[in-house]
Design a protein around this ligand. Structure first.
Ligand SMILES: C[S@@+](CC[C@H](N)C(=O)[O-])C[C@H]1O[C@@H](n2cnc3c(N)ncnc32)[C@H](O)[C@@H]1O
Length: 217
């Protein structure tokens, strides 16, 4: 697998560490995709996966990519800022015998150094914009790399999500960690995608995650 081996960022690796990766992979092996993940996969499958390439930003152990590859996507590329997922991700790919169709890059932030990253038919960001300070910049870069469609999730901007992220950030501060969570303005994020020529459509509006489809007209 032609993967790059840049180091990840400690801001993310302090939180999204080996244990987090192990827990996600274990849950996925036992129970499969979560409801928002299933919605993302079903949406892209409905758009068509044959001969399509997928880029996932912050894809963790890559469970969405595994399902898309199993359902016929040609190739996937995962961009991550934490290197802690790689062992679990490679084990999952090897178990399914699809490692040759997957590329995993660690330490590439599309928002600041994405020029050398090729575009893909579909771009996915699940549970990522809430971990990144400048969601508008990241989504702008993601949209510029999406030939056909982008799909992303974000927490709803409600009092309870803001309170829970605020408490999480206070905990991070006390522990001396750099990582912070965010509940960005959905309207501002949608505007970035619309300005990039994508049409927005909500796919799921749950209490924890909203999933939004953005498709080229
Ligand atoms: C909450 S985790 C979610 C991981 C995976 N999507 C999942 O649902 O299990 C958020 C991930 O986004 C990654 N991340 C945040 N900003 C990123 C960026 N600009 N590029 C790549 N990865 C990013 C972090 O390293 C972290 O692993």
């Amino acid at each position: 697998m032609p993967d790059c081996c840049n180091t990840g960022s400690t801001r993310y690796e302090d939180v999204f560490d080996d244990r987090f990766a192990h827990d996600v992979a274990k849950r996925y092996r036992r129970r499969g995709l979560t409801a928002p993940e299933r919605r993302i996969v079903d949406h892209l499958a409905a758009l068509g996966l044959a001969d399509r390439t997928v880029m996932e930003i912050g894809g963790g152990v890559g469970e969405i990519q595994l399902e898309l590859l199993a359902r016929g996507a040609a190739r996937t590329t995962n961009l991550e800022l934490s290197g802690a997922y790689e062992a679990e991700a490679h084990a999952l790919l090897d178990e399914r015998g699809i490692a040759s169709r997957a590329t995993r890059l660690v330490g590439v932030d599309l928002a600041s150094n994405g020029d050398r990253i090729a575009a893909a038919d579909y771009v996915v960001l699940h549970r990522v914009v809430c971990c990144y300070p400048d969601a508008e910049r990241l989504l702008g870069a993601a949209a510029a790399h999406a030939r056909r469609a982008l799909v992303f999730s974000h927490p709803p901007r409600m009092w309870f999500t803001r309170m829970s992220v605020g408490l999480g950030n206070a905990f991070m501060r006390i522990r001396g960690r750099e990582y912070r969570g965010y509940v960005h303005s959905p309207d501002a994020m949608y505007r970035v995608l619309e300005r990039a020529g994508l049409q927005i459509r909500p796919l799921l509006t749950g209490l924890k995650w909203w999933v939004v489809a953005a498709t080229r007209a």
